[in-house]
Design a protein around this ligand. Structure first.
Ligand code: AQP
Length: 338
């Protein structure tokens, strides 16, 4: 079984990316010891919104360091940077020609990001509309079985399935149909300052976003100031009590305790005490990660070596699939490749 997923280096990673994605990947690999994984840095996705060229490289290394710090075994699994493998963009062009524009216009992330850019009076690049097709190429080139993601990416994996089915129908069996894997609880960690919204790297304010690089005091401050409600009951009810429910989910994932157990444990407890315990648990979870991320970041030679090895392994798979796709579409392949 092959797992595949990626993260875009739009900013530093937050606990939503960690709990909803990276931690899930590592758990899935532990539960499926015979499986292999390909985790990449989706850096071509990062330029679909305005970006800062001076921090892109550092953002890429930060993600690689986070994958390693979370426990990804590079002897067994593959890490690479998307922009270093041109098979992705080449395949994406072909897939774009096979994708009706209406399928892309109905993507929720596209609509949300367009709305935000319009509000900020920024221009909207065509890449924003087309990037789910690049994501389809990212997945389909590797015959991925499972794509572990947070809830916001499920629609894009479903689109990938639709594109794959359409192409298989038109040109014969080429692509494996991938399945997504999301957490039952914790697939959408909410912003602490506005628990009706997803915690996001590109949030307008970082008051409610806990980054993996935040120090202990900053984490405690953000959790202490998390928006809750006036009911004074620690109960999981995402509709009526989004703030408390979000903190319960975070505490549950950080400690491994069931939400039901936590509810019993905190019966009658004050929000202040509950928040202190959530802060302690998050600090305990992030401290070793942050230390390891910084250690890996201080050894770029090692990171570059891993990326070069990963790229070679990735390229072997993607070039075979791209070649099949081009053959089926009727393209002559250059002689030396035949
Ligand atoms: N709040 C979240 N809760 C759970 N999972 C989340 N993910 C993102 N936010 C949450 C999951 O993290 C993975 C990597 O996401 P991405 O960087 O590729 O893009 P994204 O989904 O758009 O994440 P962000 O943080 O919101 O970034 P920006 O602000 O740049 O768009 C994915 O599996 C995602 O589901």
């Amino acid at each position: 079984m092959r797992f595949l997923s990626g993260i875009q280096p739009t900013a530093k990673l937050h606990i939503g990316n960690y709990l909803g994605a990276i931690k899930l990947w590592i758990e899935e690999l532990r539960n499926n010891p015979d499986s292999e994984a390909i985790f990449f840095v989706a850096d071509y996705h990062a330029i679909t919104v305005p970006h800062d060229p001076t921090s892109l490289k550092e953002g890429i290394f930060h993600i690689v360091a986070a994958y390693l710090a979370a426990g990804l075994d590079v002897k067994k699994h593959t890490i690479f940077v998307q922009s270093q493998n041109p098979d992705h963009t080449e395949a994406a062009w072909i897939l774009l020609t096979q994708t009706p524009i209406g399928w892309l216009e109905r993507m929720t992330q596209y609509k949300d990001k367009v709305k935000k850019l319009r509000e900020e009076k920024k221009s909207i690049g065509t890449g924003l509309l087309c990037y789910p097709v690049l994501m389809a190429a990212d997945i389909l080139l590797y015959d991925a079985d499972i794509v572990p993601v947070g809830e916001d990416q499920v629609q894009h994996v479903e689109l990938t399935q639709e594109i794959a089915r359409r192409i298989n129908q038109r040109y014969g069996e080429i692509f494996k149909i991938p399945q997504y894997k999301v957490r039952k609880v914790g697939a959408r960690i909410k912003d602490l300052a506005d628990p009706t919204k997803k915690m996001s790297k590109s949030s307008p304010s970082y008051k409610g976003v806990i980054f993996l690089t935040d120090d202990d005091d900053t984490i405690r401050k953000k959790i202490t100031r998390a928006v809750t409600d006036s009911e004074k009951a620690i109960r999981y009810d995402p509709v009526k009590k989004p703030g408390i429910s979000n903190l319960l989910v975070i505490l549950s994932l950080a400690t491994g305790k069931e939400i039901a157990t936590l509810q019993k444990e905190y019966e009658g407890a004050s929000y202040a005490r509950f928040k202190q315990d959530v802060a302690d648990a998050v600090i305990e979870m992030i401290r070793p990660l942050r230390k390891k991320i910084n250690e890996y970041l201080s050894d770029k030679t090692y990171l570059n070596k891993i990326l070069a090895e990963g790229l070679e392994k990735a390229k072997e798979l993607s070039s075979t699939k791209l070649r099949l796709l081009k053959e089926r579409l009727g393209y002559p392949l250059p002689k030396k490749n035949q």
